[in-house]
Design a protein around this ligand. Sequence first.
Ligand code: DC
Length: 224
Amino acid sequence: MNVNPATAPRVITVDGPAGSGKGTLARRLARHLGYAHLDTGKLYRAVGLGTLRSGGDPAAPADAVTAAKALDPGAIAGGSLEDPELTGDRAASAASKVAAIPEVREVLLSFQRDFAANPPGDAAGAVLDGRDTGTVVCPDAGAKFYVTARVEERADRRHKELLGRGETSIYARVLADMKERDVRDSTRAVAPLKPADDARTIDTSDLDADAVFAVALEHIASLS
Ligand code: DC
């Protein structure tokens, strides 16, 4: 499937719940198109972990906002989001708490919009993935995806990923955590997880990564 680089959308958003495969799709699209990629969940994870590291409570707005303001765009551009602790469950749980605080979202909004408008490394475009990149961060994005899958399937993927890393994991607990996080992400008052009206939804429950990529590319080609 050919995408015309001259007319391809410059900003692509990929939203969806944990374990849906949105990150895999976003990274692959960015690589294919030569675009910069921003995993916006990592920003919330960095704020959550930053709050914990400074002895604060991720559910306390004052503590979380202080950590959000302390994020350094220069350090982020330099790779601070590659910190392996950010992928852990401690960071995930703290992230979903700070993400419910409107002032934290406000602080992160300008960083994300700036990334989309001026992608680093002189890239011709940007792919952002998260929960609200198509609804709130970049409502004018040229292509939007909402990637989802059955919660049991998403929990199974996460469980296997943890086991693959040599960590202990109990499927029932992973499933319960995921359900809890889904509820928190989709029922919060500000920027809840939901598809943008103009997003193309892809259910990845029964698709592998190659098939998901092909569906997405076909959609982008149809827009370019
Ligand atoms: O995608 P993730 O698991 O890394 O996201 C971590 C948390 O951050 C998740 O609970 C939802 C939140 N988040 C958000 O509220 N908005 C985004 N754009 C990205 C993530």
